[in-house]
Design a protein around this ligand. Structure first.
Ligand SMILES: [Zn+2]
Ligand SMILES: [Zn+2]
Length: 289
């Protein structure tokens, strides 16, 4: 049994390497019934002041970092039009318009994202936390946390997970949408930053609010499986709902390690796993066509 959906993907024009159509063709060849696009929706008034913005400019993907919501909406409108046209062409697949939205604590974030979601009407929104907010100085990413001096690094890592706990407890009541699940909650591990107690505390908080998480294989690829095995046990204990994901930034990554992910989940007794497309609605409330 393998997974027949892929919902965490990125495309050309954002920070992915392939076009929407190339991604669809690759997903279809791999037997996917559902393919969702989840490009980065990142709006922060001072994002361009951040150190990482310079890297993004040189890397050619700086348009994913927006200080204006209108710019982000413009980018997504073109992309969604494209995807909706392709949906008419590839009718044997369930093709979805999603987004991976960064959560921030600045004043006005609620209004900004509510407005964007109303305008764009995505089929699902993955919540993500790639940054620590530094107000007028912009944001810090996980590389900045790792590269800080040792004392600051530990403090910042703690702050990262404290923010994640605030995200878990976020009040969605007067929002027009809710995150369908949380992407790579253990993102700092990607750069080798581990903080067992805070990882566990965050998972406990996410479970308290029944927020589903994804098991994202790109983290396992780069890191020692043993570092993660402890997290899998905790997820199993808490019974958190789990979505399988790959965070594909190109065609090669689509569904690349889904089988090993399912095997690992089984080994650790994780039962609440969304395996098939027809479970998505119940598990994470994704709109389907
Ligand atoms: Zn990305
Ligand atoms: Zn991400």
């Amino acid at each position: 049994m393998t997974t027949d959906y892929s919902l965490h993907t990125h495309t050309f024009g954002f920070d992915g390497r392939n076009t929407e159509e190339q991604m669809i063709i690759a997903a279809r060849a791999r037997g996917m019934k559902t393919l969702g696009f989840s490009n980065h929706f990142i709006v922060h008034p001072y994002i361009k002041k951040s150190r990482m913005y310079g890297y993004a400019v040189r890397g050619g993907y700086s348009n994913i970092y927006n200080d204006s919501v209108e710019n982000a909406i413009k980018l997504f409108s073109v992309h969604y039009d494209n995807v909706r046209n392709l949906r008419e062409k590839y009718t044997d697949m369930n093709i979805l318009c999603g987004m991976e939205m960064d959560w921030f604590q600045y004043d006005g974030w609620r209004d900004v994202v509510n407005y964007a979601v109303r305008r764009l009407n995505p089929d699902y929104v993955i919540g993500a936390m790639h940054f620590i907010d530094r107000g007028p100085d912009g944001v810090l990413n996980v590389h900045d946390i790792r590269n800080a001096n040792p004392r600051d690094s530990g403090r910042l890592l703690r702050e990262y997970y404290q923010n994640l706990m605030k995200l878990a407890a976020f009040d969605w009541r007067d929002m027009g949408f809710k995150f369908n699940w949380i992407a790579h909650f253990d993102l700092p591990k990607k750069v080798g930053l581990n903080y067992r107690d805070m990882e566990h505390a965050s998972l406990t908080e996410l479970a308290k609010y029944q927020m589903p998480i994804e098991l994202n294989l790109s983290l396992i690829m780069n890191h020692n499986y043993l570092i993660l095995s402890d997290i899998f046990d905790k997820i199993s204990d808490l019974g958190l709902p789990v979505v399988i994901s790959d965070d594909a930034h190109d065609t090669a990554r689509i569904g690349a390690d889904f089988d090993s992910m399912l095997r690992i989940a089984g080994t650790h007794g994780i039962k609440n796993v969304c395996v098939k497309s027809d479970m998505l609605k119940k598990f994470v409330g994704v709109r389907t066509y």
